[in-house]
Design a protein around this ligand. Structure first.
Ligand code: PLP
Length: 416
């Protein structure tokens, strides 16, 4: 048997890591090993000063003038352009706006109007719940003639596409097990059937390379509070291909989606560019936090990021399997590094929530996804191999003497 890597081995991997210097740009609390950046990214130092200035100077002193003078009105586009680079989008095709859920509502509604006479929306049963809930809402809103078809395996997706399919709506990296879909192949298959695609990039943006343009994607949405570190509830993003920016309407026809918002004309007239996907006034302070958080990304090589992500997740899998064997943990994330995103998940029959709670109490933060999944996110910009090693060391110790199995750790909090 090969030797189990030591803490010293992990430190040597950190010494050879080309992204190691990025960590200094983040506020990492002392004594915390944070393996939940896939749920809420950590605070980039740059955000603190920028938000403080925005509050005291732009809002405090500049007041209403700051919409023009501080460029508030351009934030959705400026931030959109910065995110576009990370997801392979064309120019002027991404805006930062609303939440992922709301952006799904807008894009799915738009997509259905572009495929009149077709009735099926294909998605995965195991998709993140909000995506499927929103689809149910859109169907009700459209008069109930559409059908949401849940498929349960990747193989079934392509098979389900037919001449009555309007939209294929999928999440690129699954939130629960971290499996990655083949975006190029599935988009092609949907187009071959005459359908449109919407990709949810919540667990992709800032986690791996995405090329929306090369894959010929129609629409995409995603979160910026996860791997992009935009802060709690940060504005989400929305991508619409150039061919889907005029000639029809999305239903949330707010004034920022008007062709000329400050004409104050009595009737709605749709913008014909990406601004049609905005709705109302942007949350400026959150936008500014996100803009500052994106500074970190300007110099990041996404191929190097992906490589480190695969190494971190692989290192974690190997260590857990070597050091936590015999404790009922079952890997549900693909072993093939190409087939997984930047997270690793294990199932445990009874103790998932309590084990995560015990880990958090000892400074290792992951999360639990009902009913039985322990989920760990690996953010290459600030997670070290040393952190992975220490996290597994604590987990092995917690499992060995069942420190997790107490009423305190089993008691569920509201947010898991
Ligand atoms: C996190 C996540 C969301 C969150 O949507 P919000 O509107 O920001 O609450 C949506 N979809 C997926 C796939 C996610 O992982």
């Amino acid at each position: 048997m090969t030797q189990i890597p030591s803490l010293n081995d992990a430190r040597q991997m950190d010494a050879a890591d080309p992204l190691a210097t990025c960590r200094a740009q983040f506020h990492i609390p002392d004594g915390t090993i944070y393996l939940d950046g896939n749920s809420l990214g950590v605070l980039p130092h740059a955000v603190k000063g920028r938000v403080a200035d925005a509050v005291s100077k732009e809002w405090g002193d500049g007041l209403i003038r700051s919409w023009n003078d501080a460029g508030w009105v351009d934030l959705p586009y400026r931030i959109g352009a910065r995110i576009a680079r990370l997801i392979g989008a064309e120019e002027n095709c991404v805006v930062a706006t609303d939440s992922t859920s709301v952006n799904l509502f807008k894009t799915l509604s738009a997509a259905l109007t572009l495929r009149p006479g077709r009735h099926r929306i294909i998605t995965e049963e195991r998709n993140f719940p909000t995506d499927n809930y929103i689809a149910e809402g859109v169907i009700r809103q459209c008069g109930g003639q559409h059908e949401l078809v849940h498929v349960s395996t990747p193989e079934a997706i392509a098979a389900a596409l037919d001449s009555d399919t309007a939209v294929l709506m999928l999440t690129h990296v699954n939130y629960r097990d971290g499996r990655v879909h083949d975006m190029a192949a599935l988009t092609q298959a949907a187009h071959d059937a005459g359908a449109l695609v919407i990709w949810d990039l919540a667990h992709s943006a800032g986690a791996l390379e995405v090329d929306l343009c090369a894959c010929n994607v129609d629409f995409a949405v995603g979160c910026s509070y996860k791997y992009l570190n935009g802060g709690p509830g940060a504005p989400a993003f929305l991508y619409a291909a150039p061919r889907h920016q005029g000639g029809f309407q999305q239903p949330l026809t707010g004034w920022f989606a008007h062709a000329a918002p400050f004409a104050f004309s009595p009737r709605y007239e749709p913008a014909t560019d990406i601004s049609q996907y905005l709705c109302g006034t942007a949350p400026v302070l959150s936008m500014i936090a996100l803009d500052a958080a994106l500074d970190v990304w300007d110099s990041v090589d996404m191929a190097a990021l992906r490589q480190k992500s695969q190494e971190l997740t692989g290192f974690f899998i190997d260590l857990v399997e070597a050091r936590c064997a015999g404790h009922d943990l079952t890997l549900i994330t693909p072993r093939d590094a190409e087939a997984r995103g930047s997270q690793v998940s294990f199932k445990h029959p009874t103790g998932g929530y309590a084990i995560i709670s015990a880990l958090i109490a000892e400074g290792v933060i992951g999360d639990f996804r009902a009913p039985d999944v322990l989920r760990f996110g690996f953010t290459p910009l600030y997670t070290r191999f040393e952190d992975v090693w220490t996290a597994v060391d604590r987990m092995a110790s917690i499992l060995a003497d069942r420190r997790w199995d107490t009423p305190e750790f089993h008691a569920r909090k509201k947010v898991t």
